[in-house]
Design a binder for this molecule. Structure first.
Ligand SMILES: Cc1cc2nc3c(=O)[nH]c(=O)nc-3n(C[C@H](O)[C@H](O)[C@H](O)COP(=O)(O)O)c2cc1C
Length: 352
């Protein structure tokens, strides 16, 4: 999620939730090829996050071909193509969910990424694919492959994340188009581009798409409005998807993924009990502080404002939370976060 699933947040999610996989924020292929520092920062990850999939967006198949190889060289576990972003400045350039309206280009982009992944796996040297020299230098500085990595060049899975349609639901025809390119998985957010984030995600439409996808070996993942593992079990039961992506439901709540084994077991039973209870406030605050410190460790001190939204998400659902959030929104360092937390009385913690 853009502006959210940065390396510091993914580290915290990996430590306290351990989902089956994580995605980077969506990363623009032009910016990667241009050598933009912010795009290259988005391509940072650590081993604890594995399996980690890099998500990319753009509209130029040649750039996708190059960036697919950059992603392979950096050792990611998969490449996901964003065909779901509804934001105006993305879709107006023909990227993200605008590709739903342009199936020929969408297919060409998928083929370009698959070709990049295949070429890299068969031994293509990254220096020879037309990248600018500053990009090659960045890559060399980052990847420095070990001898073992040099020998093993895995063929990364290529996947697509998309929506139900542009301004109307066309998901059955749209997944049929995507399936022609034999992607490994299709993730579907149950809204159209014009809906943005309004209304409820339409899991009936996701279920219809899942039926089409299940006639092939491609996996289908559903997405939208899942805020608990109880929600997740219900959505899987009604839609028969192979998996679920959780976005907003993990904001301030990396622990949500701890209950995934409960959900798996629950899916085998006709009815069941509720998953284990919420984490206590002490742990939530400790993790908020650890997250803030880790954000600084990864170079975030000068842009600490970007951390504040996460602090707000951790501080929800207890008496006096609004007041604590207001103080967190003024924090300019992890030291300030520590001070806010120190100032919360034992009385408040006791009440929760
Ligand atoms: C702030 C924000 C940033 C997002 N950025 C991305 C992104 O970079 N790539 C992507 O595929 N989806 C992105 N999404 C969409 C989510 O991944 C997800 O599809 C959507 O929020 C619905 O799922 P949810 O109800 O579980 O959040 C973003 C959503 C939000 C709210």
């Amino acid at each position: 999620m853009d502006g959210v699933t940065d390396p510091a947040f993914r580290y915290i999610v990996a430590r306290y939730g351990k989902p089956d996989l994580q995605f980077t924020e969506f990363i623009n292929v032009e910016e990667v090829c241009h050598g933009s520092d912010s795009a290259w920062q988005q391509l940072c990850y650590t081993e604890i996050e594995r399996p980690i999939v890099a998500q990319i967006y753009g509209a130029d198949p040649d750039r996708f071909y190059q960036v697919a190889q950059v992603i392979c060289e950096l050792g990611f576990d998969g490449v996901d193509i964003n065909m779901g972003c509804p934001s105006k400045n993305v879709s107006a350039r023909g990227c993200g969910a605008a590709l739903i309206k342009n199936p020929p280009l969408a297919k060409e982009i998928i083929r370009a990424v698959q070709c990049g992944v295949r070429d890299w796996a068969s031994g293509h040297r990254i220096e020879t694919i037309g990248l600018r020299s500053r990009v090659v230098h960045k890559l060399m500085a980052k990847s420095a492959p070990s001898a073992a990595f040099e020998k093993h060049r895995p063929l990364l899975p290529v996947t697509v994340k998309t929506r139900l349609g542009y301004d109307s639901v066309v998901i059955e025809e749209w997944v049929a188009t995507l399936l022609q390119e034999q992607v490994e998985a299709i993730s579907i957010h149950g809204r159209t581009l014009t809906q943005m984030y309004r209304g409820q995600a339409d899991w009936n439409a996701i279920a219809r798409a899942a039926k089409v996808v299940h006639e092939t070996s491609t996996l289908v993942l559903g997405n939208g409005d899942v805020e608990s593992m109880t929600d997740l079990v219900e959505r899987v039961r009604e839609s028969h998807v192979d998996g679920v992506l959780i976005g907003r439901g993990c904001l301030g709540n990396p622990w949500i993924f701890q209950q995934k084994e409960w959900a798996r077991a629950e899916m085998q039973r006709p009815t069941g009990q509720s998953p284990v209870g919420e984490v206590n406030l002490d742990e939530r605050f400790n993790v908020a502080l650890e997250h803030a410190r880790h954000f600084e460790t990864l170079g975030g001190s000068s842009r600490f404002a970007a951390m504040r939204k996460h602090l707000g998400w951790y501080c929800k659902g207890f008496p006096g939370a609004a007041e604590v959030r207001a103080r967190m929104f003024k924090a300019t360092s992890s030291g300030d976060v520590q001070q806010v937390l120190d100032g919360i009385t034992d009385d408040l913690k006791g009440r929760c």
